[in-house]
Design a protein around this ligand. Structure first.
Ligand SMILES: O=C(O)CCC(=O)C(=O)O
Ligand SMILES: [Fe+2]
Length: 321
């Protein structure tokens, strides 16, 4: 039985990516890589200290997301998409105070401008530039983390390069409206993400995101310890690609009273239609293959419109061998 309250003494592992010498092949790299491996094996999550995103850019992301969420509902509805991870989602009956705007292919200037023009037909260069810059900078951490975890399992360089080029960036901006006289309550239900990696930051509201321990018994508050912190979560696709050798970070968001919480995340998502399949390095006598080749969009469908829940038990039922 999982306790409802987070356990105050528990903390996520903190991994420092700020060393100027953090390049493949260095002692620093190997040491950080070891930390990434342990954290993803034991928690499916960690806090990253990463100083390549200037404080002003972080602030700008929350400013532009606030500006976007203030647009009339009819305007935001111009970017509603059938694929619910992108575009606008809001006013969900079970989560009336939650809204999200997801910019897909955030690494691609034309796609970002197209999105921006739907919201602001007269243009909004600041919005486009902020989203693209956030995507570019945070991708540095996403790429480094994925390179490290794959290297740590002995996956070859060609495969890693190809893998890194097989994903796109989705930038999602989330708003959890604060309300008067509210008790602490659920802002976003318990789930695992479906993509490869998710990298999150939040505005100056301290609390919110919580991550479940791997024994499913306790909650850890994922409160960033420094201004340069991001929370990194392993998703279902990475779990399948690495043959179940890393965990998916189970998480939820608690909404605290009157404070409106904004968060922003970079989600790396498969962009090709190639099926996801663990490379041979991940499979041996001790680690038999756990999953059939996996189609990200079909799995997304299964957990959105189909009966699938966003947890590992449901993933096993869906594509387990
Ligand atoms: O708002 C957050 O910090 C987390 C959002 C989240 O879990 C998600 O969008 O999948
Ligand atoms: Fe999530």
């Amino acid at each position: 039985m999982v306790s409802l309250e987070p356990t105050p003494a528990l903390q996520l592992p903190v991994i420092d990516f700020t060393s100027p010498n953090l390049k493949p092949g260095t002692v620093e790299w190997d040491s950080v890589r070891g930390g990434v491996r342990r954290a993803l094996e034991e928690y499916g999550c960690f806090e990253a200290l990463f100083d390549k995103v200037p404080v002003e850019l972080r602030k700008a992301v929350f400013d532009v997301s606030e500006e976007a969420f203030q647009l009339p509902l009819e305007t935001k509805q111009r970017v509603v998409s059938r694929r619910k991870y992108r575009g606008y989602v809001g006013h969900i009956p079970t989560l009336p105070l939650f809204e999200v705007l997801g910019v897909d292919f955030a690494e691609n200037e034309d796609k970002v401008n197209e999105f921006t023009h739907k919201l602001w037909p007269q243009g909004n260069a600041n919005f486009s530039e902020t989203v693209m810059s956030f995507s570019e900078k945070v991708s540095g951490l996403d790429f480094m983390t994925r390179r490290m975890i794959m290297e740590s399992f002995g996956i070859n360089e060609n495969y890693i390069e190809k893998h890194l080029n097989s994903t796109k960036c989705l930038v999602r901006m989330m708003k959890y409206q604060g309300v008067e006289e509210a008790e602490e309550e659920l802002g976003l239900e318990t789930h695992t993400d479906r993509n490869m990696l998710t990298i999150l930051c939040q505005n100056d509201v301290k609390d919110g995101l919580e991550v479940r321990t791997s024994d499913d018994k306790q909650w850890i508050k994922a409160n960033p310890s420094q201004d340069s912190s991001f929370i990194v979560l392993g998703g279902a696709t990475l779990h399948v690609l690495l043959n179940g050798r890393v965990l998916t970070g189970v998480h939820r968001v608690m909404r605290m009273g009157t404070n409106t919480r904004f968060s922003a995340g970079l989600f790396s998502v498969p962009k090709t239609e190639d099926l996801i399949c663990a490379p041979d390095e991940m499979v041996d006598a001790e680690h038999p293959r756990l999953y059939k080749p996996f189609d990200f969009e079909a799995y997304f469908q299964f957990t959105t419109e189909g009966p699938g829940r966003r947890d590992v038990a449901s993933l096993r039922g869906y594509c387990g061998l």
